[in-house]
Design a protein around this ligand. Sequence first.
Ligand SMILES: [Zn+2]
Length: 510
Amino acid sequence: MKIFKITLAILLISIRLSAQVQTNHYQYNIDLLNIKHDQVSVSFTPPKNKVKTGTFVMPKLVPGYYDAMNFGQYVSDLKAFDKNGKAINVTKVDTNTWKVSDLEHAVKISYQVADGWEHILQNTGGAKSPASMFRKDSVAIINYNSLSGYFKELTNAGFKVTVKKNAKFYASSALKYQVINDTTDVVSASDYRHLVDAPVLYCAPDTTWLKVGNTRVLISFYSAEHQNHSKILAEKLKSILENQMAYLGGKLPVKEYAFLIYHESIPKNGLLGDGLEHSHSTVCLYGSKTLDRLPKALMGVASHEFFHILTPLNIHSEQIQNFDFLNPKLSRHLWLYEGMTEYATIHMPVKQHMISLDEFVKTINDKIKGMAGFDNNLSMTEMSTQAIQRQDQYMNFYQKGALVGLCLDIRLRELSNGKSGTQELMQALMKKYGPEKPFKDEELFDVISTLSFPHIRQFFQDYVENGHPLPLGAYLQKVGISYDEKTGTVGIMSSASPGQLSLRKAWIGI
Ligand SMILES: [Zn+2]
């Protein structure tokens, strides 16, 4: 009897191995152990379905990165099979889509993926934060948008991914990786968007955990030349994260967060970098000769990226909630996602007494100078919906976008007699919406006006929807800061009135 049981068990296991059956989710297999010609083997079983011909999609774009990357270009040799191992007809439609006949009976779809990762030194077409890279013996960065796709007809299914990997690799990610054995991990996500939202850094562990309030923060570092460096970076990050928490009212809206930092040594001086924010993690890529400038650069990037836990994570439109990876419709509110995030990044250090008023004035000056290189008569809402086409103007969301935040903050403080500004507004918006409740793109300005003051609607109409010049001089004057439009210089007024000083105090605490 015992022998019979064992035999049956072996039989069942072997059936399962040969033909994974359809369940209610996508079951992916990624094999990082068998990398050939810089390509990794991927296969999956689609979810249970009744679809005759399915359209398999690899993303054209990913949220937060406005450059069309066309991840389908790295996929080759896509094949589909039924449970008897018989090939099912597959037709390539264009760069990012394939038609799979008889999807209902497809139990295995397999393909090869090239990582599309070039040396970090190649600024164009080189290492980009939404791309993946895999080196069997040392490191892998997996952005699931480049290794996995989905069927257009089956977008609500969850994902279960089994990763075969080097025995010494540890998975650093915002998602929990279940260790099956030395060379096998399994991870699950509720849908494709959530899977793509959580990249993983696989390498020998160089990790440090921080506790910031009630939030656990992971700092994971990889560099071929430098080991045991995460602790040094974590020490530098701790104070900035604590100040960010205080700035956000003493509580962070996430339980866990991961900084995934990849460093590559390059022969020339200077520092190259790219980063992409996610809901609970950030991928930071750096190239430099030495690590000397890394902590400072990381603090700048970390500060901005970490503030994204407010927006878009907790405050975003339907276009982001239901992101279409193939033909995305862009939201008109990049002034919020990037502009307000960058404003919080420059406002926090002065509000938290980390820098002086002089230093803050210098930062405002830099933003004004930065803005000068762009067309400032454009509507920011229009520029936002055309961010892909208007790459030449995109970086202005970090310059003018931040200054929109600054003017909005001063105006709100003025209207509320100093009681509330953008910090309180963002908290109110976060409370109203949150990670799973998007706003309607066309309603946001009215909602903000209802939450704050009816007068603020005009501000958005003039300076965000229409391209009227920002009233920097008039607004800075309200807080005792002078702005000479001709020379473009900002300074502290020596003869500020008590009213100006009290509004400034409410605004920046000095
Ligand atoms: Zn950003």
